[in-house]
Design a protein around this ligand. Structure first.
Ligand code: AMP
Ligand code: GLY
Length: 443
């Protein structure tokens, strides 16, 4: 379980690292980063209650929108590298600002973040670079949307153009539902994010997430992962931020991955370069494996959640050095990430009601868990008055395990989950069903 370190050495001082974000994703990044012996402190802004359980980690309060305070604090804490977790600060140009102030940053500038914050821009980008994706129409009025929906022989996928916390995508079953979806977006359900609507041909196949760490020109791939977006077992119910994941995804054989690299990943990076976008961060390729080959469903400018929690325990201490190389434009591109024969799985425990309305503030009890190759990354927690752990979000805990095979991984994850409780706890019991040989469909 290590990255082949023959050509990975730190380029600069890496004592104090700062991670921006508050979810399970950021806690797992902190967990992987602190493994590096060069690191003295990992600061999380704002982090959550789980952040301080992680070795070397501390939460600090900084208003990242107050640029003067931000620069003062980064200097005060002598921050050597900043990792920006979520899409909103990236879309707001935080990485550009920090780079101008001479900080080392892992995360794209506003121009690169557009891959995520404008779906129509990303679709046009793909069309220009001949990158396989579903056919699409960009519309700016309900009338135009209706014309296209009416003239299409089958229902279309309807998407708000801008950021919508993962909720701006509708997959209607009828034309009637398509109209309603377009109408609610144009009526302001997602604010300005819905000024433009993207209509897409519906494509089919399993989905897989591929992450490329990119230094502007070169890239290396992390192990692939499969997310479980639907709330309920058998992949039913509403879309969520992600209910669990496993990594690597055996669906992506070496040959198939070669196709993805040559048809999707390299053309994406070439097109970024052609547009003079110096992308220093992770590109998340949300792919669908269709009968006619891999297609891009979406790009994100950040790590996936819960894919990140699933992949980070497969990284050894050199992970940090890869982030540093990306931030400095110094990737060689042949750094090998060798996860040996370990695989990883993650199950998300949510509050009852998520992804709709839910209550928080319930105490979390963690009993007698088997902690070997097992991590709990808090997704939405806070500390109560007595220092006890309390639920504080829709997604509450990310339960992550590693082992030699997926059966063992999920056996342990679910055994440990039985030891964890809070009022209204909900999780899917079938995470990893695609790769669990012992999984009984009638479980
Ligand atoms: P997105 O936020 O664009 O990733 O969309 C959320 C989810 O909607 C994806 O993970 C897919 O399951 C589904 N989806 C998005 N676009 C399409 C499409 N063109 N065809 C079929 N399903 C889609
Ligand atoms: N797991 C899906 C996402 O992070 O967007």
């Amino acid at each position: 379980m290590s990255i082949n370190s023959t050509n990975i050495e730190s380029i600069s001082r890496l004592e104090n690292i700062l991670i921006i974000g508050s979810g399970g994703r950021e806690n797992s990044l902190a967990w992987a980063i602190q493994k590096n012996e060069l690191v003295k402190k990992v600061y999380l802004v704002p982090g959550n209650a789980g952040s301080e359980r992680i070795n070397k980690c501390e939460r600090i309060k900084i208003d990242i929108d107050n640029k003067i305070e931000l620069v003062e604090k980064l200097n005060f804490f002598k921050i050597d590298l900043i990792v920006i977790g979520p899409e909103i600060p990236l879309a707001n140009g935080l990485a550009d600002f920090l780079r101008k102030k001479n900080f080392k940053v892992f995360g794209p500038g506003k121009d690169g973040a557009k891959l995520e914050y404008s779906k129509s821009w990303a679709k046009e980008f793909m069309r220009e670079a001949n990158i396989p994706t579903a056919n699409f129409w960009k519309v700016n009025s309900l009338e135009k949307a209706k014309d296209i929906i009416n003239s299409s022989s089958s229902p279309l996928v309807v998407k708000a153009d801008g950021l919508a916390s993962g909720k701006g995508v509708y997959i209607p079953d009828s034309k009637e539902e398509c109209f309603k979806a377009a109408e609610s977006i144009f009526n302001g359900k997602f604010g300005n994010s819905g000024d433009i609507v993207v209509l897409e041909e519906k494509i089919e196949g399993p989905e897989v997430s591929v992450f490329a760490l990119c230094d502007g020109e070169k890239f290396i791939l992390l192990p692939s992962a499969q997310d479980h977006k639907r709330l309920n077992e058998k992949d039913k119910g509403p879309n969520t931020g992600g209910m669990g994941a496993y990594s690597p995804a055996p669906l992506l054989t070496e040959d198939y991955l070669d196709t993805i690299i040559s048809e999707i990943i390299e053309p994406t990076i070439n097109e970024l370069n052609r547009k003079n976008i110096d992308y220093k961060g992770v590109i998340y390729f949300g792919l669908m494996v269709t009968k006619s080959g891999p297609k891009v469903i979406e790009y994100n400018c950040r790590f996936g959640d819960p894919e990140c929690q699933t992949i980070m325990p497969l990284m050894d201490q050199n992970f940090l050095l890869l982030l540093e190389k990306c931030a400095m434009g110094k990737l060689i591109g042949n750094e090998k990430i060798d996860t040996f024969d370990m695989v990883s799985g993650c199950v998300i425990a949510t509050s009852k009601g998520y992804p709709y309305e839910y209550k928080t503030g319930f105490p979390i009890n963690i009993g007698n868990v088997d902690s070997t190759d097992f991590q709990i990354f808090d997704s939405g927690t806070r500390l109560g008055k007595n220092g006890d752990l309390i639920t504080d979000g829709g997604r509450v805990l990310s339960i992550v395990c590693q082992d030699k095979d997926f059966d063992k991984v999920f056996e342990k994850a679910y055994k440990n989950l039985k030891e964890i409780n809070f009022e209204g706890i909900y999780y899917r019991n079938d995470i990893g069903h695609q790769v669990r040989k012992n999984f009984s469909k009638g479980h």
